[in-house]
Write a protein that binds this ligand. Sequence first.
Ligand SMILES: Cc1ncc(COP(=O)(O)O)c(C=O)c1O
Length: 442
Amino acid sequence: MSKTDKVWYPYTQMYNSSSIYSKRVIESGRDFYYIDENGQDYLDGVANMWCNVWGFDENQITSAMIEQIRKIPHSTIFGLSNSKSIELSEKFLKLAKGMDKIFYTDNGSSAIESALKMATQYWSNKGNNTKSIFLSLKSGYHGDTIGAMSVGYVDKYFKKYKKLLLTTRSIPNPCNLKYNDTSEGADLQELLDKTEMVIKKNSEKTIALVMESGAQIAGGVTIYPKGYQSKIAEICKKNEVLLILDEIATGFGRLGNMIEYIAQESIPDIACFGKAITGGYFPLAITTASKKIYQEFEGDWEDQKHLYHGHTYTGHPVGCTAVIENLRMYKENRLIDKIRDNSKYLTKRILEFDKYSVVKNIRAKGLLGAFDLVNKKKSITSINGISTSMYIIKESLKRGVYLRSLGATMILIPPLAIRKESLEKIIDTQLDIVANIEKKVI
Ligand SMILES: Cc1ncc(COP(=O)(O)O)c(C=O)c1O
């Protein structure tokens, strides 16, 4: 028996992993390090599920949150308003070009659910009741709630829930294309032609196409070729299919741009944000809607056009405060420039993994890097009788770093404001672990 026995851990085979968890119980944090109850520290190599920006020290975000809690810990926006949600909406819409309204939720999956409901009701409010399915990009991931699983279907994770899911069709994925190809490339054109065929064929019944913006991460790390996303936006527009872009993992600098859809020249109808927007200090997510979408929800009460969606913590003032201060810190620290600088270092050093025969398909953009672990053309899904991902967690913790993999795909996804020497430590640790894997499996 261990003291963690009463916690049901996410995405975890409980029997298998209880010993790993019971050994490391985190009590506090300093700089970019988790500190456990025995005082042992571990460098955060996965940005705390991809939301850690500044590390764990006290800063202006925490101070502003404390000040807000003292004023009022929460104040609902059902029938009232609160000043922080208003202030944040104004600030956020200056960044999210082409968007007109902000809808608040408290996690990425819920931001996606709201987007799906908004898009569905947009058509019914317009009197179009033939649209009933969603299109999604194969191998995308959008969260773990029912709608999010439907449009981000990853067989390995979700096959057990298939009977609950909404009807969707998928468009082909650009994972076999080189991400530094441009839209002039013949292979990309062929993929886009195929995609257009699927969209056109399904357009009458399709509510929206949902895809991650700039890159897919959880479904296997696919960085889109240049020009791909803007062409998809064009095709959707031409065929009267709404475009929902998910920036929950890729926005706010992960790929080197504040708002990825702007960098990709593809203004969506609806966009979702989460994770890093609060610096990882509060569960808050945002769904933004363009004017075209929002105006279909306006009307008198008898019209019943309003969105029937909202959560207890919608518009949470402490969460909104965290985003406001986080945005201030991004600006004051010129974080996007720093990310771009660190990105040069990451994209250069990730090539060092090429010397290992178990490493295939190295790819990187911004502060996201990945490669696949392969032996004799087969993905390395387990090592020493445990899953590769558990093996990586175990081995990295032994070395004072917390790393995870996505199955046989190793990812480099450090906190966004990480200093070069810590980034160096993360990469060196991964190199050491991969060298050991090579020795074990070859
Ligand atoms: C692209 C993307 N969308 C949505 C989500 C779901 O966010 P949350 O875990 O906050 O529900 C994730 C989580 O990893 C994600 O990567």
